[in-house]
Design a binder for this molecule. Sequence first.
Ligand SMILES: Nc1nc2c(c(=O)[nH]1)N[C@H]1C(S)=C(S)[C@@H](COP(=O)(O)OP(=O)(O)OC[C@H]3O[C@@H](n4cnc5c(=O)[nH]c(N)nc54)[C@H](O)[C@@H]3O)O[C@H]1N2
Ligand SMILES: Nc1nc2c(c(=O)[nH]1)N[C@H]1C(S)=C(S)[C@@H](COP(=O)(O)OP(=O)(O)OC[C@H]3O[C@@H](n4cnc5c(=O)[nH]c(N)nc54)[C@H](O)[C@@H]3O)O[C@H]1N2
Ligand SMILES: [Mo]
Length: 834
Amino acid sequence: MGGHVDRIAEPWGGRTPYARGGTWPVRVDTYLADGLDQAAVQRWVQSASILHSDGDAMDVAVRDGRIVGVRGRAVDRVNHGRLGPKDLFGWQANASPDRLTRPLVREGGRLVESDWDTAMGRIAGRTRQLLEERGPGSIGFYTSGQLFLEEYYTLAVIARAGIGTHHLDGNTRLCTSTAAEALKESFGCDGQPGTYDDIDHADTIALFGHNIAETQPVQWMRVLDRLDGADPPRLVCVDPRPTRVARLADVHLAPRVGTNVALLNALLHEIVRTDRVDHAYVAAHTVGYEELARRVAGTTPEWAARICDVPAARIREAAEVLGTAARLLSTVLQGVYQSHQATAAAVQINNLHLLRGMLGRPGAGVLQMNGQPTAQNTRECGADGDLPGFRNWQNDQHVADLARVWNVDPSAIPHHGPPTHAMQMFRYAEQGTVRMLWISGTNPAVSLPELRRIRSVLAQDRLFVVVQDLFLTETARLADVVLPAATWGEKTGTFTNADRTVHLSDKAVDPPGEARADLDVFLDYAARMDFRDKDGGPLVDWHDPESAFEAWKRCSAGRPCDYTGITYEGLRGGSGIQWPCHTGAPRGTPRLYTDGVTWAAPDVCETYGKDLVTGAATEAVEYRALNPDGKAMLKAADYLPPHEEPDERYPFQLTTGRTLYHFHTRTKTARAPQLDGAAPDVWVEASAADAAAHGLAEGDLVQVATARGALRGRLRITGIRPGLLFVPFHYGYWDTPSGQGPAEGVPGRAANEATVTDWDPVSKQPLFKTAAAALTLVERGDGTAAPAPTTTASAPVDGAPGTAPRARTTVGGPSAYVTESGPLPWDEYGGDRA
Ligand SMILES: Nc1nc2c(c(=O)[nH]1)N[C@H]1C(S)=C(S)[C@@H](COP(=O)(O)OP(=O)(O)OC[C@H]3O[C@@H](n4cnc5c(=O)[nH]c(N)nc54)[C@H](O)[C@@H]3O)O[C@H]1N2
Ligand SMILES: Nc1nc2c(c(=O)[nH]1)N[C@H]1C(S)=C(S)[C@@H](COP(=O)(O)OP(=O)(O)OC[C@H]3O[C@@H](n4cnc5c(=O)[nH]c(N)nc54)[C@H](O)[C@@H]3O)O[C@H]1N2
Ligand SMILES: [Mo]
């Protein structure tokens, strides 16, 4: 092993097997452009990946002031040197010639080049005017899961205490709001219980709606290495598509989409029926067992089989594996989170772990996964619909404490109701109460559901739209002011991955033209607005990333996400550090809840919880009555059918999601030739049975229509469950001839033309995974296969009509060759060698 590997053709690279309880060997992946060798690199600058939530640490290679490649960091606890395809090639987008280099402002209907003073002057001017005429509720901020901690914290202080608006949320609403909510419902507080190291120790790994092979390829490499080593784990996969995970699973359940709660209740039924319950753990650390046991008494595998269309025997088999595991690791992601009972379902996976006492021990953990690289920071800094530091907006003590940190009066921080969630913010903009929307680091004109509506909301004259991005995205084209942002590699800051690992990303090169770091933009705005604390001092009294980080540390002190023991210096050179990190845990904390649940006490908890059906908030008195001792909460949920079911007109279920080679709306990955080449255009996945029934063949141009809108793409016939269609949501229209989106009534190619404006009542996460759709032929193919990768869940099935010709097999060629070292022993090359 070792050598050069085409990492488009072999995305996971070579195997470095290891045994259960061993340490994952190091394998250093290096990619340098233009055949450069390492001697040509002038500087290596420490960073971590910003194209998923894994937090894979890397060094950025710099030559003559330009990024020329990347190398995985051997010393890092997360990736032990490995990188995925997006990390290896995605950085090339930084140097794309179409980066925004100057601010743009709208003049006479057109966006024209301007300067920072004019652009920021307009934003501050409009803010002042709106504050005077309509008050703080007329201003909204919609941010990201891709900026840095320092930027979110600054924005949260500005929005909450400076402007005093309720309307601040992240695109994390679309991404991890259910992860946060499920943790709050079960444990009283956000905070990932498990750690990636649990993969080393687990004897069973269960993945619920999580295509980890494509969306966190480096942790999948770790699973593959375990599978190739001694004492491999058993894999359980719940996913309606034939993902790589599904294909290697010991038990694969492919339910009808939108039926997770039924399936999970049947699994819990079996755990209780066969008495695989850890009664000592349950008695010591939980409340709610009697109620949960009662509610799953009738949810037999036979009952669930009818709802989920999965054989009852298969459900029993899965329950047997889960019930007999001694060290169970579960992961949960969008197949659970982006549906109508998202929180209810995610909570049942927490329940599985609580019933089985599978928490806080090596190999026994749950990962309510994040998606975006910095989504955890959006949440903890309060740039989503929460207060900073996981403070409880219903708890006056918490609000007072935050006011103390900010030196403002508690009444300056809006807390009369829950902060506004993103879907509601767009509704307010549609209805005209929100008149200014500042969008940073997200592309809602492609990523929100029901795009025709979103375009019309953003295009309104009365709404002043600010977009802060690297490129003239679909969203930026609808803005009144466009601010050119610096990105990863061009600015310094920290961020936290899905297992609470904090990494530092240092500036490697200058941003293009006049582009500025998001932090500098927010600081400039705060200065122009002259926000003050209650003693007349500046509200935002920091000036650069490190001083912002120090300010955040003061806000996090004593809270679950305590950063007080972390410094920039401590992060440099070494590995990432898992919060909480403070004097009592100076090297960080690998696992939460090693000795029962700690943050659910009524005075400490982030929330008093919500009703899992209606989302109505529980009051403090009720919470105290339910959970006086602050234990974990076993919350039951009855299955409810999806809001939209197939009918005669729309006979298919439609689900959407990702492919390995692209990130979201492709602003970065479409500008990296290796990644773009692997998946250059949208496609539609259907089963061989459905294709045959509709007389369709591989490569045919088809239309997918729902009650909202339609899109077109080439058909790929896969092993997806019959009755289900899948469309990747990456393909917007900035790189199409008009760049403007489809004209009224004309089908587009973005999946979200067809998705529905609807959300989980508890987490308010939109439903991207279930809709009812029609599939029709537009035009016969010419024998060419669909532009879908063959290495992933979109691999063609053998023997289907017009199966993809071999020529389409996904390869990268010489430009995709990556050097892989090793395997090298972790103790020598990684570990604590800082
Ligand atoms: N390559 C790549 N990696 C990424 C990203 C990316 O854009 N590209 N984005 C990052 C982000 S922000 C996120 S949020 C994550 C998302 O990571 P994932 O959640 O792993 O990705 P998805 O493709 O959205 O959905 C996962 C799976 O859910 C399944 N699914 C659909 N409906 C259901 C259902 O009803 N029940 C069950 N059990 N499964 C269902 C789909 O078949 C799909 O395989 O990926 C992160 N990593
Ligand atoms: N149909 C469907 N829709 C979905 C999903 C799905 O599965 N199906 N998944 C949802 C999920 S989980 C997510 S996370 C969202 C993602 O949706 P988006 O967040 O809208 O997608 P991105 O393309 O990541 O947009 C990020 C934008 O930020 C810009 N950017 C990158 N770095 C920086 C920076 O440092 N500063 C600034 N200012 N800008 C920067 C990029 O150029 C890009 O335009 O999509 C959601 N939408
Ligand atoms: Mo996401």
